[in-house]
Design a protein around this ligand. Structure first.
Ligand code: PMV
Length: 321
């Protein structure tokens, strides 16, 4: 069977950085995210008797080496569960630049998990899909359920998965992504997680995470945008402090990232309530209320470093299309 699935990227409000179990991809801390409406991956998978090897095409080009191996390893996990031997043809398209801190591995592995498992004849539950997607890329488990999502740490593979806290239409929070760089990052987040604990600040960050997660859940529940935004911004800076102080240090920011963070603060002081968050890349995610999106977009047009703006609302999770 040939199946196509579409999955959104997600933006983490509380970030996942560092693992407590490398092999199982169990995170060191819980995280919370929102699926993004305008940045997604669409993936088609077909198992075929005639194929000798898996073929993997991403954004129009056959990939090789490490990039291909990661996909093939994921197909192996699915073949094992489905007891299928056939090789697969995988074709995946992103509607945004990949590897620049817009969670392409999240949308990519979420779409691959649903398309490949269905094409292999499996009918997995949301929880099973989330567990499986996590094995491909940690944050991918959060692109499976709808809307506002929590990934609980878990102690075993089966208990570390994401679930929906609120549906997509729960709150009209937006993520205005300001693209300042489209160059692929030099150090992948997969590698970054493995050195997170070399930062002297890592333990301190992890020790405060439980409280931060419950604070953010409470702010979400009460739709308290100020509290929510403050925690989001603080956690992003906190994560980047760990990244910058790990060994070797990881600087995902560019000068434009700093420039924009100062802009966001100044807009806030002028009465446009917005906060920033940044993943493993230089691009800025500006979190705001829907009513302020156009004003922020206009302001971004005056910032020279900004090449492109993508305005996202909260979205549903992965689906077969
Ligand atoms: O799932 P990974 O290995 O790509 O890690 C994601 C890491 C961050 O994007 C920086 C944070 C997060 O929680 O999404």
């Amino acid at each position: 069977m040939k199946i196509t699935a579409k999955a959104p990227a997600n933006i983490a409000f509380i970030k996942y950085w560092g693992k407590k179990d490398e092999k199982l991809r169990l995170p060191a801390n819980g995280s919370i995210s929102m699926n993004l409406s305008e940045v997604f991956t669409t993936t088609t998978v077909e198992f075929d008797n005639k194929l000798k090897n898996d073929t993997v095409k991403i954004d129009g080009r056959y990939v090789k080496d490490r990039e291909k191996l990661r996909v093939v390893n994921h197909l192996e996990r699915i073949r094992k569960i489905a007891k299928v031997k056939k090789r697969a043809r995988v074709e995946s398209k992103n509607n945004f630049p990949r590897g620049t801190g817009i969670a392409s591995s999240a949308s990519g592995f979420a779409a691959l998990t649903l398309a490949a498992s269905k094409a292999a004849g499996l009918n997995l539950s949301e929880k099973e899909l989330s567990v499986l997607a996590r094995m491909g890329s940690g944050s991918a488990c959060r692109s499976i359920p709808d809307g506002f999502v929590e990934w609980k740490i878990g102690n075993t593979s089966g208990s570390s998965y994401a679930h929906s806290l609120h549906p997509a239409n729960y709150w009209s929070v937006c993520d205005v992504v300001a693209i300042v760089g489209e160059k692929k990052k030099e150090v992948s987040s997969t590698r970054g997680h493995t050195i997170a604990n070399s930062s002297p600040f890592y333990k301190t960050r992890i020790s405060g995470m439980r409280e931060k997660v419950s604070g953010l859940k409470k702010a979400l529940k009460n739709k308290d945008f100020t509290k929510f935004g403050e925690i989001v911004e603080e956690d992003a800076i906190n994560m980047h402090a760990v990244m910058m102080t790990s060994s070797p240090p990881l600087f995902y920011w560019s000068p434009e990232t700093i420039e924009l963070s100062l802009e966001v603060k100044s807009w806030r002081h002028k009465g446009i309530e917005c906060y920033f968050t940044i993943d493993a890349g230089p691009n800025m995610h500006i979190i705001c209320k829907e009513r302020d999106v156009l004003r922020i977009n206009r302001k971004l047009k005056n910032v020279k470093a900004v090449r492109r703006v993508i305005i996202n609302k909260s979205a549903i999770g992965v689906r077969v299309v």
